[in-house]
Design a protein around this ligand. Structure first.
Ligand SMILES: [Zn+2]
Length: 165
């Protein structure tokens, strides 16, 4: 049995991570770059925590930060194994959100490649999981967590219905 559906250990990282994706400091390029690298690997971000809490309130249980497919290094933020649904919470900066995605002027080429690489990887992950019979749900960090949880909850419910028929 899982000890807790979500942990609050890293809640201290919430302050640091909030809004960092939208503020680009053109002067501190290499330091900013390092910080962004760290941010890219960070888990338990504020938007993830909010979504997980909203899912939990809907009575849904899930695994956190695990790879849906063994041997495939594509960890999803929230995983519903029995119905094969994987949820990714995508940061607006890192994944090039159409609304909030920014293209920094300093080191423009570096960031452009980085973001394009992430987007390609996302598309690739979607494809690989779909091929393995998974449904991938992508949530932007700017999305209302309640709306996203409702969307996911409906998908989970319909998968359960399909299974019991
Ligand atoms: Zn956004």
């Amino acid at each position: 049995m899982d000890s807790s559906p979500y942990s609050f250990q890293r809640i201290d990282s919430m302050n640091k991570s909030s809004n960092s994706s939208q503020n680009v400091n053109p002067s501190a390029s290499s330091k900013a770059a390092r910080n962004r690298m760290k941010a890219a690997r960070r888990r338990d971000t504020a938007p993830e925590m909010a979504l997980r809490a909203a899912l939990h309130r809907r009575g849904l249980r899930y695994r956190v930060d695990v790879s849906p497919i063994k041997g495939l290094r594509r960890r999803a933020d929230v995983v519903f194994r029995t119905v094969k649904v994987a949820v990714y919470v995508d940061g607006c900066f890192w994944h090039g959100c159409p609304i909030h995605g920014t293209w920094p002027k300093a080191n423009a080429e570096f960031w452009r490649q980085k973001i394009e690489h992430n987007k390609k990887r996302d598309a690739d992950t979607n494809r690989l999981l779909k091929e393995a019979g998974w449904e991938v749900v992508r949530v932007w960090e700017h999305e209302d967590p309640e709306d996203a949880a409702e969307r996911i909850s409906n998908i989970i419910r319909s998968k359960h219905d399909q299974k019991t028929v």
